[in-house]
Structures are given as C-alpha cells and as structure tokens.
Ligand binder design. Structure first.
Ligand code: NIG
Ligand code: FE
Length: 391
C-alpha cells in the first residue's frame, strides 16, 4: 500500500472534477482512495511525488504500427497538391506499404514493431489499440495479430488491444476482386480471434470497401466475437458511420466527412467517435466536433500512427492538437484521451482515477491540464501501468 502525495493537481477524468493538492492510495495494481492531501490516510507508506499534474494513463484508440518502410516521398507529394486517393491509384498508399511489409523478414519486423511501440509511454500512453493491415494475406495478417498480442506489456511496450484489419485495402494481387477478398477476410475472423485479436476493422471508404462489403466484414467479425471499429467517412461520406451505428460498433473512426445526422446516429447507438487530429490536419479537413458534442457522442482520440498519414506516437501532443485543431476544450480532450479511449475498447477498469480502477497513471511536468494545449507535447515525469513504473 502506497499513499502518493505531492500532487499539485489530480485530473480524474470523472464528473467529480479535478482536485488541487491531491493524494491517492494505491494497493498493488489498484487505486483504493482518492482525495485531498489534507484528508489522506496517515498510516501508510507515503511517497511525495514532488509536484505535478496526475492523470489516468492515456489510451491511444487508433494506431497502425505493424509496417516496414516509409512513404515520405508520397507525403511530400501530398503537400504539393496530390491527393491521397490519386497517390494510391498510382501505386502508392497502403499497398506500397504492403509490398515493403511483406518483404521484411519476420524477426526484423517484430523487432521494429517492438521498438516502435516502446515509444508510446514517453507520450503518456499506457494502453494502445493496434491494428494489423499491411500484409493482406492470411498468414501475414494472423502473424501480425499474434506478434502484437505477444508484445503487449513487454519490454517498455504499453498494454495492447489488437484489432484485425485484414480489410484495410484490396491487396495488389486481388485488384478488381474486392468481393472475393472480403469473403476471404471474413473466413479469417475466428483464427484472428484465436491469435489474440479483440476487434475487427474495415476501411469503409471511397476506393476501399463499400458499406455492403464492410458490413460483411464486421458481421463475420461479430460471429467470431470481434467488436467492430470502423474507418468511416474519412475520404468521402460513403456511409461508414451509419453502418457503425447500425451494427452497434465499438467505434467509428476519423469521421472527417460526417454530417449532424451521422453524429446523432453514432451517439444514439453508443458508438464512440475516435478522432485522429494529425490525420485530419494532413487531409485538410476536420471532423464536426460541435455536432458530435451536441449529439452527446463519446469521443476518443488516437495518434493514427501509420506510414502514410501520421508518424506521431505522442498522445499528449494529440490532446494539444485536439484542442488547437479540432476545437475541443482541454478538459474534454483529456477525458477523450483517457475515459473515452477506455470506453471505446470496452476497458471498464481504467480511464479514470477512482477507487477500484487500475493504477494506470501519468505524472506530468505541469500543475494544470491547460499545459497540454500550450506544450503540444508535454513530457511525463512518471508513468505507471497497473501500479508499476513503465517510465
Ligand atoms: O487511418 N485510413 C486508413 N488507414 C490509415 C492510413 C493508412 C496508410 O495510408 O497507410 C489511416 O489514415
Ligand atoms: Fe487508421
């Protein structure tokens, strides 16, 4: 049992609101008491943290970390006017990364992914949603699920929640046969679940999978026990969010092109809206945060780390960008990056600082959450996962 004091401010991500000059008690992996220093129990081991802002461990709700190679030239071309869809049609995009990822030796890819994921705690993330999707054939996709499952919580890697994204794109050798490929992906779902996937995803968008194809993917996933997280209405408004609402998906992600009615449908169906500000900025379009807030939708945030649109691994920067680029308040962005992400992943044991929750905690070099909007990348001083130091 440890009583932590010396906390300038504790942001619990719960309606009870922040506590100044706070204390908390951790027993093993679990938070057992939260309050002011003046009220803290006196009889335990006391550790003075020496000041700072304490939040729940951040949850990155959307990443694509299993890839080899980079596409920097393509990204530069986008800044000079080429569109994401044009570059994909010209042999770039997801399938360019599929070629380099398939070509990587399994051991090298695994080591690169492990090293990559070990960067997340430095941005305050203790739980990270991780997608497959750069193999697009059965064995590679299932091996990616297994690799992620095995890396979870090892060697500085945060806890991972694996999403099977076999339907990220139609692979080059199946060009013109999206329907056939969808049927195949659907047949891999139970093997993906057995290999450690918790969710399935599909890139439901113009040039990728139609709503009808995406529905087949997520229905097959549900039959294998995989909750849906859907890339929806990012490049064009093709109906991905309505599909997410219709099938009761865990999340609908990106949402750059949704309208107010789509936002209401997501909120009414309890689908978490996962927003990825770096990608939104790169695509030159922001999701309608006002409509999502007015509808009462739960919002989560993600780095969307991937080789095509976002190299970020720092969730503290994502909080700052959600404020400056998307227009969330700092408090709402921080709740989205903790409780919102946990909710989207069905993780009721974390995301807030409260008795009974897991001691996933971050001590930040600041005395108020406003610092996130100022720093655009705030360094954590300490990070704990389940009561143990991760950083
Ligand atoms: O979330 N939209 C689909 N997937 C990624 C991009 C993947 C890539 O370009 O490699 C995204 O933005
Ligand atoms: Fe994505």
């Amino acid at each position: 049992v440890t009583t932590y004091v010396g906390i300038d401010r504790l942001f619990p991500s719960s309606p009870s609101g922040p506590i100044d000059d706070a204390a908390l008690v951790v027993e093993g992996e679990t938070i057992t008491w939260v309050g002011t220093r003046a009220d803290a129990p006196a009889d335990d081991d006391r550790v003075d943290l020496g000041g700072g802002l304490l939040t729940a461990g951040l949850v990155d709700a959307h990443t694509h970390p299993v890839y080899a190679g980079h596409r920097f030239a393509e990204i530069a071309a986008r800044t000079a006017g080429a569109t994401y869809s044009e570059l994909a049609a010209a042999g770039g995009g997801i399938n360019a990364t599929v070629r380099s990822t398939r070509a990587a030796a399994a051991g090298e890819l695994r080591a690169a992914v492990a090293e990559r994921l070990a960067a997340w705690p430095a941005g305050g993330a203790t739980t990270v949603e991780v997608k497959t999707g750069y193999h697009l054939e059965r064995d590679g996709e299932l091996a990616a699920v297994q690799t992620l499952h095995e890396l979870s919580g090892t060697g500085g890697v945060p806890e991972l929640r694996v999403t099977f994204l076999g339907a990220h794109a139609v692979p080059p050798e199946r060009a013109g046969d999206a329907d056939g490929y969808v049927d195949e992906v659907a047949s891999w779902m139970s093997a993906a679940a057995a290999a450690g996937a918790h969710s399935c995803d599909v890139f439901c968008d113009e040039g990728y999978f139609t709503v009808e194809q995406s529905r087949r993917v997520v229905v097959a996933g549900a039959a294998a026990g995989l909750r849906a997280r859907i890339h929806a209405d990012e490049l064009a408004r093709t109906g991905g969010s309505r599909l997410a609402a219709d099938v009761g998906a865990a999340s609908a992600d990106h949402l750059l092109c949704i309208d107010a009615g789509d936002a209401q449908a997501l909120a009414a169906a309890g689908v978490t809206a996962v927003l990825c500000p770096v990608t939104a900025l790169g695509m030159g379009r922001v999701p309608p945060v006002g409509a999502l807030r007015a509808a009462g939708a739960t919002i989560a945030l993600g780095t969307d780390h991937n080789p095509g649109t976002s190299g970020l691994t720092d969730m503290s920067a994502v909080i700052g960008l959600a404020v400056t680029a998307l227009g969330l308040s700092v408090a709402d962005a921080l709740v989205a990056a903790t409780a919102g992400g946990a909710r989207s992943l069905g993780l009721g044991d974390r995301g807030t600082i409260a008795p009974g929750r897991r001691a996933d905690l971050v001590l930040w070099d600041a005395d108020h959450e406003g610092a996130f909007a100022w720093a655009l990348g705030l360094p954590p001083r300490r990070v704990w996962r389940a009561g143990h130091p991760l950083l």
